[in-house]
Design a protein around this ligand. Sequence first.
Ligand code: EPZ
Length: 420
Amino acid sequence: MTEILEIWGGHPLCGTVEIPSAKNSVLPLLAASVLCREKVCLEKIPQLSDVQVSLALLRELGVSARQSGNRVLIDAERDISSSLSTEMMRKMRASVLFLAPVLSRTGAVDASLPGGCKLGARPIDIHLDGLEKMGATIHWHEERLYLRAPHGLKGTEYTLRCPSVGATETLLMAAVCAKGTTVLHGTAREPEIMDLADFLNTCGGHITGAGSDTIRIEGVPSLLGGTYTPVPDRIVAATVACACAAAGGCITMHGVQAELFEPVLEVLEKAGCTVQRENESVTVERRQLLHGVGLVETGVYPGFPTDAAPLLAAALLQAEGESCIRDTIFPKRFACAEGFSAMGAQVQLEGPALHIYQGKAMHGARVRAQDLRGGAALAIAALGTAGKTEISDVFYMKRGYEDMKSLFRQLGVKVRTKKK
Ligand code: EPZ
């Protein structure tokens, strides 16, 4: 049984939406709460399947963790277990973020490799190399991973071989209660990294430099707890902005700052949208034909975000003129190209680059989501295409979007879900 999203597209969007907290900040914060000896309350948390997986992983460890509305309450005061099941680990990439906090808290962690969207090889070598440099020993047995640090983790100076978001988060969480000082070089600079550092500091950590490529962490014996509201979701905001570009119309997003997704807004302006930037809101409007934007390359923050690459591609299917989007982060970012072609789009996938040509009118079709952002991109393509499009395997989108049907209904779209 799979759920199908039916979208009747080809009409301009109009309305306002509230941007939720960022999935890619909430997930590390939930893992980091393992380090907190007092209660943690996270506010404005969207109902996402990945959040439910994180709460289940916390409960596997013996941590009290539940979501009530858009508030998450966590209590990790009592001693915790150090074993994470393969079944839960395999459900998402962010499960890897539990390794460091559990190892730091208990001196051991037994786990497996994480799951996650199939965007190409997604090794965790930098996570593990950094933990080894901080005193962990690592053993593999029958696809299970056993990390030990019986005398605790110790501060070190470490350079990441590439600015991995997850590895930066792992090493931040490993260092915050390590013995001594840690200096990390070549760190990722995403807003979600700054958010994790702010959260850990709120709970008693001593971290400086997050958001730059060098982060210094003075280890503290343990963390307290606290209440925290994560940063807004810049990729959900990019999704809404690209939806407006694809279908036309005017959408105001409340609760988000333009600078979080400025590279996306700049490309949409180049394609013919108008953007109004206020303190805590952004309005995107598209009244004229979109035009192609030539080559767009993704990059680590503050470059064009890899997660928005399929979203922008979906909008540019409606453009006069050619565009090409090349993902420099993940080799298999454009699985959604198959669905675009089924809708009549003229696209050509060459390795990590998707070429988009001005084609004849697109049409509704039956398509299948193959990953989170690719599924969202198919929905954007459907919004810009006259007729009915059916998207199956919408469970992928539920990982990162609270309720896509309600979101589009708020914007005047005729949309329905059905089981098949
Ligand atoms: C995070 O994934 C996000 N996920 C991804 O969002 C996002 O696309 C990605 O960062 C890049 O911005 C979460 O935050 C939960 P990386 P992550 O480590 O941490 C290589 C979404 O749609 N690498 O920055 O896994 C890796 O293979 C998801 O919300 C190593 O080689 O990304 C990739 O090529 C999709 N060794 C590159 O680094 C390592 O140890 C960037 O990966 C780690 C990473």
